[in-house]
Design a protein around this ligand. Structure first.
Ligand SMILES: Cc1ncc(COP(=O)(O)O)c(C=O)c1O
Length: 385
C-alpha cells in the first residue's frame, strides 16, 4: 500500500499555469510577482510589510541580522523546534540560550525564559509549535519589561489566530516558511512580516547582498546613475518570480487548506481520544486557533515510542518525530555546554511524541488507515512487553 507521508504539498493546474505564465514573462527574479506575493501576504495577515526570501531559514537569518545587535548577544529560544530557529542566532555571531517548554502546548514557557535573562539578553525567538500560537501576551509583557526584541518563528502558524487576530504582527518581526509540508508552498521559500518601516527596509537590503540603490546611496558615488552602495553584509536570499507566482496562486487556497486541516484534526481527535488508553491528543488553549501544521500525540508512558514509530512505518504510515531537541545535536554539544537535564519538560515530551500525517489532500480513508495502524502498533508493542 502507498505510503501516507506526514505532510505534502497540494499543487493544482491553476498553480502550474501561474508558474508557466511567469516562465514565459520577462522577469524570472526580482520582478513583479515578488511584490504581488508580498502584498497578498500583507493583505491576508493585516501586516504593513512582507519581505519574501528563498527559505524560512533565510528569513530568520536576516530577521536576526536586521536587529544589528552587539556581537555575542544572547537570544533565548526553544529547544523543541527545527534547528533553524537557533541556527539563525549563531549565523549572526550571537549566543543561543534555550528555555524549556510547557508540556500542554510544547511552546516555550515564559517563566523559564525569565530565569534565563541576563544583561546580555537582547531578543526572544518564540516558535508557534505545530501551529498553535505561544502565550504571546505574556511574551510581549516580558519583552517590554526587559527591553527585548521579539521574533516570532511562525513557520508552522500561517493562518493561526491569537485572540481573534492573525499571527504576523505581534512580534517585531514574524517569519513564515513555504516548504512543501507547510500550509502553502513555493517549493522552498519564506517571508518576514513586520509593521516596522526601518526593519522592513533593512530586511530588503539584507536579502540582496546589503545593497541599497536609493538616491541617498548613489550620493556616495557623486550621484552617478549606475551607482549603488552596500550598507550591510547581506546575502543573496532572493526568491524567484516563478516561486512567487506559485505562492500567490497558493494563497488563494490558503483558507481552504486550513479548513481541511481542521476537519482532519477533528476526525483524529474524535477517533483517538476515547479509543487508546493514556494517549494524549493535542491541547488547544482558549483564545488561540492553531493553523495545524502538525498533529502530534504523546504515547502512553508504558509504550516505547521508537517501537511504535517502526511499526507505523512498516504499515506504510509516514509518522515522524518533531523534534529532536536542538541541544542534543553534535554541533551544539561541541560548541556549547547545554545539559539535557536543564530541560525536563522537553525531555519528557521528546520521549513520547509522535507526529501523525496531516495535509490537505488526505482523505477519510487515509485517516482511518492511520488511526487503525496506531491502535495496532501500540497493541503489538504492549504484547511484546
Ligand atoms: C519551526 C521552524 N523554523 C524554521 C524552519 C525553516 O524553514 P525552511 O525549511 O523554509 O528554511 C522550519 C522548517 O521546517 C521550522 O519548522
Amino acid at each position: 500500500m502507498a505510503l501516507i507521508p506526514y505532510g505534502r504539498q497540494f499543487v493544482d493546474d491553476e498553480d502550474i499555469t501561474a508558474v508557466v505564465k511567469t516562465l514565459k514573462s520577462d522577469w524570472l527574479t526580482t520582478g513583479p510577482m515578488v511584490e504581488k506575493f508580498e502584498k497578498s501576504i500583507c493583505d491576508y495577515i493585516g501586516a504593513k510589510h512582507a519581505v519574501a526570501v528563498n527559505s524560512g531559514t533565510s528569513a530568520l537569518d536576516i530577521a536576526v541580522g536586521a536587529l544589528e545587535l552587539p556581537e555575542g548577544s544572547e537570544i533565548i529560544t526553544t529547544p523543541f523546534t527545527f534547528a533553524a530557529s537557533a541556527n539563525c542566532i549563531i549565523y549572526n555571531n550571537h549566543k543561543p540560550v534555550f528555555a524549556d517548554i510547557e508540556s500542554a502546548t510544547c511552546n516555550i514557557d515564559p517563566e523559564k525564559i525569565r530565569k534565563k535573562i541576563t544583561k546580555k539578553t537582547k531578543a526572544i525567538i518564540y516558535v508557534d509549535y505545530g501551529g498553535q500560537p505561544c502565550d504571546i501576551e505574556t511574551l510581549r509583557e516580558l519583552a517590554e519589561e526587559k527591553d527585548l526584541y521579539l521574533i516570532e518563528d511562525a513557520s508552522h502558524a500561517l493562518g493561526a489566530t491569537y485572540n481573534g487576530k492573525k499571527v504576523g504582527t505581534f512580534a517585531d518581526m514574524t517569519e513564515f516558511s513555504f516548504h512543501p509540508v507547510k500550509h502553502i508552498t513555493t517549493g522552498e521559500g519564506g517571508a518576514i512580516t513586520t509593521d516596522n518601516d526601518g526593519l522592513a527596509e533593512k530586511l530588503r537590503i539584507l536579502r540582496t547582498h546589503g545593497i541599497d540603490k536609493s538616491d541617498g546611496a548613489k550620493k556616495k558615488f557623486a550621484g552617478a546613475d549606475y551607482a549603488y552602495d552596500m550598507l550591510m553584509l547581506g546575502r543573496n536570499y532572493r526568491i524567484t518570480d516563478m516561486q512567487c507566482a506559485l505562492g500567490l496562486s497558493q494563497m488563494k487556497k490558503l483558507d481552504l487548506f486550513l479548513k481541511r486541516r481542521r476537519e482532519i484534526v477533528k476526525q483524529y481527535n474524535d477517533e483517538l481520544s476515547s479509543s487508546i488508553a493514556d494517549l494524549k491528543i493535542p491541547s488547544i488553549i482558549d483564545g488561540r486557533e492553531s493553523a495545524w501544521h502538525l498533529y502530534t500525540v504523546l504515547l502512553p508512558k508504558d509504550v516505547s515510542r521508537d517501537h511504535v514509530f517502526r511499526k507505523m512505518r512498516e504499515s506504510g504510515i509516514g509518522v515522524n518525530v518533531h523534534y529532536i531537541p536542538t541541544y542534543k545535536f553534535s554541533y551544539y554539544q561541541k560548541n556549547f555546554n547545554f545539559k539535557d537535564n536543564d530541560y525536563p519538560v522537553t525531555e519528557e515530551v521528546f520521549s513520547r511524541i509522535l507526529t501523525l500525517p496531516l495535509y490537505y489532500g488526505m482523505n477519510d480513508n487515509d485517516i482511518d488507515r492511520v488511526v487503525d495502524a496506531l491502535k495496532r502498533s501500540i497493541d503489538s508493542v504492549k504484547e511484546c512487553m
